[in-house]
Design a protein around this ligand. Structure first.
Ligand code: ADP
Ligand code: MG
Length: 233
């Protein structure tokens, strides 16, 4: 794809010739001798689009997501939102949400508190907050679960709560890193179609990382394949 896509798109996400090297412990060597975890990757995600990033373990999917979120610096290339470079924009200012395989809920907090945590950076009144929490719990199929302890929930229910939390602030882009991979097969299939519906109902722009083709096809509008750090052709 290198050299084909130059101008960033006017809306949504544009990744242009992104390369990421992990330099930890290798600072003295030149970057040439460090293999890139992501190499010369370019793609766009339009607003409202759901794209799956698929590929075998170790091919650079999580690294690509971390770079988009701003947690991993690019060694070269650029990432844009609505045509503006994100190079100088800190992760928490990008307006992007992140969700992982292990939803990373706070086990000492109730379900409602966990979902509301997603809103803590926003100025919303108490009533608005609790309304939004109820709305999200309905969306993810857990109405009335607000006062439950996270420790009472099944693995699937936890991932639903994690999704509610990451959708709460209405992220302009949601980055999902293998959100269903820790669940067993039948639950995974059921949750995949639920997830597809929830993302569309909320009009959420999303990148879903997965190594499961069926899951990618169920959830995404478009599938992008990675292989050994770069886009597979
Ligand atoms: P995927 O998510 O597709 O399984 P990753 O992005 O996690 O792949 O990893 C891509 C490559 O980068 C792999 O070779 C992996 O070993 C390496 N890698 C991942 N994280 C780090 C890190 N923190 N430090 C050094 N190398 C890493
Ligand atoms: Mg990964």
């Amino acid at each position: 794809m290198a050299g084909v896509m130059n101008e960033p798109a006017r809306d949504g996400l544009s990744v242009r010739n992104a390369t990421v090297h992990y330099r930890a412990g290798l600072a003295k060597r030149s970057s040439e001798s460090v293999p890139a975890a992501v190499r010369d990757v370019s793609f766009d995600v339009a607003e409202g689009e759901i794209v799956a990033l698929i590929g075998p373990s170790g091919c650079g999917k999580s690294t690509m997501l971390r770079a988009i979120s701003g947690l991993e610096p690019l060694s070269s290339g650029a990432i844009y939102w609505a045509g503006e470079s994100l190079a100088a924009v800190a992760p928490h200012r990008r307006g992007f949400g992140l969700m992982f395989q292990d939803g990373q809920l706070f086990s000492h907090m109730s379900v409602a508190k966990n979902v509301a945590y997603g809103l803590s950076a926003q100025r919303v009144s108490k009533e608005e907050k609790s309304q939004r929490v109820d709305e999200l719990l309905r969306l993810v199929g857990l109405p009335g679960y607000g006062s439950r302890a996270v420790t009472e929930l099944s693995g699937g229910e936890r991932q639903r709560v994690a999704l509610a939390r990451s959708l709460a602030p209405r992220p302009r882009l949601l980055l999902l890193d293998e959100p269903l991979s820790a669940l067993d097969r039948s639950l995974r299939e059921r949750l995949a179609s639920d997830l597809a519906r929830m993302l569309r109902e909320t009009g959420t722009t999303a990148i879903l990382v997965t190594h499961d083709h069926d899951e990618a096809d169920t959830i995404a509008d478009r599938v992008i394949a990675m292989s050994m750090g770069t886009l597979a052709s």
